[in-house]
Design a protein around this ligand. Structure first.
Ligand code: ATP
Ligand code: MG
Length: 631
């Protein structure tokens, strides 16, 4: 049979939505099969696999433990503390059941919230899976977030119990968590009744009597405990997770059980091309959506081993990720452009030191993948490097190139574009002012998704249906569509190019420009390692672009180079796009997940208060910008 075109396959996923997803639903175990595939009766809400009962932990752990208990499930490596551990599916089930028994003993049950504030250690994954097992709703907060960020999340989630640890470690530096947690609980209005502490022996801490529990002691007591999986209706909330806060106050994304499991199982096969028994390696953190979908749930649901890594890409040296690929025979890897750019500052020969023959593809997501970075890593690895675009809200890729759908032609990658709309997503490009659907190629518009969102996407904003409807669905005039708040174009072949956030569109003397377009252009200049462009208010032109650039060789910073970069932009994009200034910095302000904090850069450049900086990684980055601007 000749394979069909991807576009036809995608069209079928929308036109025959229910039969399409009914087929995919067979990838997971249901205790009761769904009675209705998709309930669209109350837009903008959607309910998937209505009436079906299932369990994420059963699908991720128990069903594999029953079939092949001794196969590897969770591999943990910490270059921070020099330890590693391997859990088979059978052992993982034992750990998760013991953890679930501890939760039950603390009277945590279905619907109760458990906040997880943990470093990248196996107990964090046990905690998530144990919650899923008993129907408790987990809310993972990135470890090391400051107490004020943590306190606001404690108040929003109102957890009965918090799971934490004495400390995390980053680049060899111990980061005590307990004082931050105690401070957060002191600040929050809601007070959790119990705190379950994993003591790694990294940082001594005070226990609050009657509240703080010792994991090691409880673990011993519950060894061998059996706690059955709770069969949950597909639309029961499984977890909440906050967005990165790049554009403002983080939103509490709430996800379901059945739709999420089906979406992940399908993506593991069709998008990532992983195979049960192989090893998947995501360098993300459990505090982010990539960690939820592709460190914990996705690979395990698919019967793969997942490699969980505590460490940085450059410690002990810049080949550490590749040494892990070699050692664990990783077949599919997932990382972020920011990690690759960090590696790019080191010798490319480090890539060649290890046997990477097991690796079939590297997936990158989270921020724009610039062409020089994409080329550098693709040449170095000699495997496909696949950009994929999605959001905390969607839970799995929205744009990419699915290469593993049987009977469907693979879509080739195209540099600069994450790809085409994935099956199940009715993606539209809309005129920001009129809401009209843009169909002609190369027009700029807001990237939106028509109702209903596919399985796996957010159900609502936790505790705030009105915010869900108003923020996401009512931002384009006259239309009830989900806005990604990203700005994009689509070429004649249907490839989508992300131009930046809708609030990063700048207006220079009437010309609308995406900051990302200018960044892409500047990063093509040989001297530049990394760049951020923001629009800054200007009395004459409305707005002007200012570029903050990190040089490959900081010693080369000079007015002549600034002029050369401007000329480069003139030649490629035209003089309207030329930044008013190019400032050379040594580091850019980024969130803890590696995303550029443009809104903070812009505020500082306009002499305003940069606002909520709790997600900022390195406060020194903004200080440097301030100093430069004053010159
Ligand atoms: P907030 O919504 O709180 O401002 P955030 O949008 O940074 O935070 P995430 O959900 O972690 O939080 O990030 C999703 C966003 O990241 C996308 O909307 C897009 O702007 C950007 N992004 C993700 N993947 C890509 C990609 N492959 N190419 C370009 N941009 C990407
Ligand atoms: Mg967002």
């Amino acid at each position: 049979m000749t394979p069909i075109a991807y576009a036809d396959f995608h069209a079928r996923s929308l036109a025959e939505r229910d039969s399409f997803w009914a087929e995919q639903a067979r990838r997971i175990d249901w205790q009761t099969p769904p009675q209705q595939i998709c309930d669209v009766s109350r837009p903008p809400f959607a309910r998937w696999f209505v009436g079906g009962t299932t369990n994420l932990c059963h699908n991720a752990v128990d069903r594999h433990a029953a079939a092949r208990p001794d196969e590897r499930a969770l591999l943990w490596v910490s270059t921070e503390v020099g330890q590693q551990r391997v859990y088979s599916f059978g052992q993982l089930q034992g750990e998760v059941e013991a953890f679930a028994a501890m939760l039950v003993e603390q009277d945590v049950g279905a619907g109760d919230r458990v906040l997880i504030y943990m470093p990248m250690i196996p107990e964090a994954a046990f905690a998530m899976l144990a919650c899923a097992r008993i129907g408790a709703i987990h809310s993972v907060v990135f470890g090391g977030f400051a107490s004020s960020s943590l306190a606001s999340r404690i108040d929003d989630a109102s957890p009965k119990l918090v799971v934490s640890a004495d400390a995390g470690s980053r680049a060899g530096k111990v980061l005590p968590y307990k004082p931050l947690l105690d401070e957060a609980i002191a600040l929050s209005t809601h007070k959790p009744s119990a705190v379950l502490m994993v003591d790694r022996g990294l940082a001594p801490f005070q226990r609050v009597p009657g509240r703080d529990l010792d994991y090691a002691e409880l673990r011993r007591r519950h060894d061998g405990a059996r706690v059955p999986c709770a069969w949950l209706e597909s639309n029961t909330p499984s977890y909440t997770l906050y967005t990165s806060g790049t554009t403002g106050k983080p939103k509490g994304v709430q996800r379901d059980v059945g739709g999420y499991a089906v979406a992940l199982a399908t993506s593991m096969d069709w998008i990532f091309g992983g195979k049960p028994g192989e090893t998947f390696f995501s360098t993300s953190d459990i505090g982010w959506v990539v960690g939820h979908s592709y460190i914990v749930y996705g690979p395990l649901i698919h019967g793969m081993a997942t490699l969980m890594y505590e460490g940085t890409p450059v410690n002990p040296d810049a080949s550490v990720l590749w040494s892990l690929v070699e050692k664990y025979r990783v077949t599919v890897m997932f990382s972020a452009p920011t990690a690759v750019r960090v590696l790019k500052k080191h010798d490319a020969a480090l890539l060649k030191q290890h046997d990477l023959s097991s690796l079939r593809a590297l997936f990158l997501a989270g921020e724009p993948l610039d062409e020089p970075t994409a080329r550098w890593i693709a040449e170095g690895l000699s495997v496909p490097v696949i950009d994929n675009y999605w959001q905390t809200e969607t839970g799995w890729p929205l744009l990419t190139v699915a290469h593993h759908i049987p009977g469907v032609q693979a879509v080739p990658t195209r540099l600069g574009s994450p790809g085409v709309p994935m099956y199940g997503y009715d993606v539209q490009l809309l005129d920001e002012q009129t809401g009209a659907v843009l169909t002609a190629p190369d027009q700029k518009g807001v990237l939106a998704i028509a109702h209903p969102l596919p399985p796996g996407a957010l159900q609502t904003v936790w505790g705030d249906d009105a915010r869900f409807a108003n923020t996401y669905w009512h931002s384009v005039p006259g239309r009830e569509v989900y806005s990604t708040f990203d700005w994009a174009t689509r070429d004649a072949d249907g490839y989508t190019f992300i131009l930046g956030r809708t609030d990063d569109v700048i207006n220079v003397a009437g010309h609308r420009l995406g900051t990302r377009e200018i960044e892409e252009c500047i990063s093509g200049h040989a001297a530049i390692a990394e760049v951020a462009v923001v629009g800054v208010a200007d009395a004459l032109k409305g707005q002007v672009a200012i570029a903050f650039a990190v040089l490959r060789d900081p010693a080369l910073a000079s007015p002549a180079l600034e002029g050369a970069v401007m000329k480069h932009v003139d030649a490629q994009l035209g003089a309207v796009a030329r930044p008013a200034r190019v400032l050379f910095v040594t580091v850019l302000p980024k969130t803890r997940s590696g995303k550029l904090l443009r809104r903070a850069l812009q505020a500082v450049a306009e002499g305003r208060d940069p606002g909520d900086l709790t997600t900022l990684d390195d406060p020194g980055a903004l200080a440097q910008v301030k100093t430069l601007l004053q010159k």
